[in-house]
Design a protein around this ligand. Structure first.
Ligand code: MV4
Length: 452
C-alpha cells in the first residue's frame, strides 16, 4: 500500500482525497499556488508544497513543478482529482517514468478515450451501442454531404479531439453543412491542434445518463449504477441525481452491462465513467468515456454506501475489486454551488465570504473547502461547494434539498443557491421530466426583497 500520496489538485476534491487518505493511514502532500496559501487542503494535508503563482498554467498544470514536489516529499503516488492534469496522458506517462503511481488511467488509455472517434470505434467493436454515423473521420465535405444525405438531417458534426461540447455543430439543413463543417474543422484545429471531424445522426432532446465503472489490474470490472446529469448550462453540469427519474430496471440492466462490457474490453483500470445519450424511446448510445473521478461521484457513494476514492487507491495499489455490481437503494441529489450570480447570467462572483452557515442534519452531505473569511480567487473554476442530500425516495431527497438550501447562508459573494432553490420547485424538474434542453427554457423568478 502507498505510504504517501500527493494530491495534484485544489479545492473540495483535494480535501475529499486527503480525508480518505487519512482514514486509510496514508500520508498526504498538498500542492498549492500562491493564491491558495489559505486554502483548507493546504491545512489538512500532512505536508504542503507551493508549486507556483496563481495562474493554473504556472502551478496546477505545471507538470515539472508537481513532479518535483513529489520527489522532494518522496510521495509514491499522485492523485490528480478531476480537471487540471487528471486526463493528461503526458502527465500519466511522466509519473510512470519517475516510478510514481498515477492514480488513474495509463497514458495509452487516456489517449485512446481522449480521441472521441477512436473511443467510439473501440466501443462499437466491444458491442456497445453507438450513434449511427461516419465510420471514423470525415475525409472531405463531399463525403460529409453524401453521408448526411443517406442518414437524413439533422446531423451532429464532432471534433475527435473535442468533448464536453467543444468542437460540436448541429446541422439541420443541407445548405448549412459546408459552412458548419469548415468552421468546426478550423476551430478544432485551432483549439486542439487536431482538426479531425466525424459525423453522427443527431439525437433530439437526449438525456445525459452516465454509468460509474471500476476496473482492476486483473481485467475485472463492475458498475455502480447511473447518474442523470441532464441539467446542464453551456455544457456545465448544475445538478445530478441517482437513480435517474427516466431509468427503468430493464434499461439500467442493459446500460450497466454495456458499461461493464466496455470497461472489460479495453481492460480499464481505475474509476471511470461511461457517458450515454438516451433518447425519448429509451434507446441509449455511447457518448464518451471519462478516465477520471467525476465531480458528481458523491451521489453514487451515498446511495450504495461506498468510498470511490478509497476504491481508486486500492485498485491503483493492485487490490482486486469485489466484482459485484451495485444498484441504488436510496435516492441522492447533488447541487453544485458556484460563486456565480444566477440573476445576472451566472457571471462569476469571486471575493471574500463574510458569513457562512452550512446546512446539516440527517441525509445532508456538504463537500466544500470554503469557510467564513475565505477569499475565493478569480483564477479557478467557480464551484465552491457540493450540497448532496440522500433519502429513501426522490420526493424526500428534493424536500431535504429545499430545507438544506434554505439553511445555507453564504454572504459577501453571489452564489447559485437561489437558482437551485427555484429548480427544486420547478414542476418539470419535480416531475423528473427534463432533458439536456431543460436549461434552454429555464428563467429565474424575480428576486424577493429578502434576497437583496
Ligand atoms: C450529441 C447530441 C445529440 N446527438 N450527439 C454534448 C457534449 C458531448 N458530451 C456530446 N454532446 C452531445 N452529443 C448526438 N449525436 C447532444 C449533445 C449535447 C449534450 C449531451 C449531453 C449533455 C448535454 C448536452 C448539451 C448539448 C448537446
Amino acid at each position: 500500500m502507498f505510504k504517501k500520496i500527493l494530491i495534484a489538485n485544489r479545492g473540495e476534491i483535494a480535501l475529499r482525497v486527503i480525508r480518505t487518505c487519512k482514514e486509510m493511514g496514508i500520508k498526504t502532500v498538498a500542492v498549492y499556488s500562491k493564491a491558495d496559501e489559505e486554502s483548507l487542503h493546504v491545512r489538512f494535508a500532512d505536508e504542503a508544497v507551493c508549486i507556483g503563482p496563481a495562474p493554473s498554467k504556472d502551478s496546477y498544470l505545471k507538470i515539472s513543478n508537481i513532479i518535483a514536489a513529489a520527489e522532494i516529499t518522496n510521495a509514491d503516488a499522485i492523485h490528480p482529482g478531476y480537471g487540471f492534469l487528471s486526463e493528461n496522458a503526458n502527465f500519466s506517462r511522466i509519473c510512470k517514468e519517475h516510478g510514481i503511481k498515477f492514480i488513474g488511467a495509463g497514458p495509452e488509455m487516456i489517449d485512446r478515450m481522449g480521441d472521441k472517434a477512436s473511443a467510439k470505434a473501440t466501443m462499437k467493436e466491444a458491442g456497445v451501442p453507438t450513434v449511427p454515423g461516419s465510420d471514423g473521420l470525415l475525409e472531405s465535405i463531399e463525403q460529409a454531404r453524401k453521408l448526411a444525405k443517406e442518414m437524413g438531417y439533422p446531423v451532429m458534426l464532432k471534433a475527435t479531439a473535442g468533448g464536453g461540447g467543444k468542437g460540436m455543430r448541429a446541422v439541420w439543413k443541407e445548405e448549412n453543412l459546408q459552412k458548419a463543417f469548415e468552421s468546426a474543422k478550423q476551430e478544432a484545429g485551432a483549439s486542439f491542434g487536431n482538426d479531425g471531424m466525424y459525423m453522427e445522426k443527431l439525437i433530439e432532446e437526449p438525456r445525459h445518463i452516465e454509468i460509474q465503472v471500476v476496473g482492476d489490474q486483473f481485467g475485472n470490472a463492475c458498475h455502480l449504477s447511473e447518474r442523470d446529469c441532464s441539467v446542464q448550462r453551456r455544457h456545465q453540469k448544475l445538478t445530478e441525481e441517482t437513480p435517474s427519474p427516466f431509468m427503468t430496471d430493464d434499461l439500467r440492466e442493459k446500460m450497466g452491462k454495456a458499461a461493464v462490457r466496455a470497461a472489460e474490453y479495453i481492460k480499464y483500470e481505475g474509476a471511470g465513467t461511461v457517458e450515454f445519450l438516451v433518447d425519448k424511446h429509451r434507446n441509449f448510445y455511447f457518448m464518451e468515456m471519462n478516465t477520471r473521478i467525476q465531480v458528481e461521484h458523491p451521489i453514487t457513494e451515498q446511495v450504495i454506501n461506498y468510498d470511490l476514492i478509497r476504491e481508486q487507491i486500492l485498485v491503483a495499489a493492485g487490490v482486486p475489486i469485489s466484482g459485484k455490481n451495485y444498484f441504488p437503494k436510496l435516492h441522492s441529489i447533488e447541487c453544485r454551488i458556484n460563486a456565480e450570480d444566477p440573476y445576472n447570467d451566472f457571471r462569476p462572483s469571486p471575493g471574500r465570504i463574510t458569513t457562512l452557515h452550512a446546512p446539516g442534519g440527517h441525509g445532508i452531505r456538504l463537500d466544500t473547502h470554503v469557510y467564513s473569511g475565505y477569499i475565493i480567487p478569480p483564477n479557478y473554476d467557480s464551484m465552491i461547494a457540493k450540497l448532496i442530500t440522500t433519502a429513501q425516495t426522490r420526493e424526500e431527497a428534493i424536500n431535504k434539498m429545499k430545507r438544506a438550501l434554505d439553511e445555507f447562508v453564504i454572504e459577501g459573494i453571489k452564489t447559485t443557491i437561489p437558482f437551485h432553490r427555484q429548480l427544486m420547485d420547478h414542476p418539470d424538474y419535480v416531475a423528473g421530466n427534463y432533458t439536456t434542453k431543460f436549461m434552454e427554457d429555464f428563467q429565474m423568478e424575480p428576486k424577493e426583497e429578502e434576497d437583496e
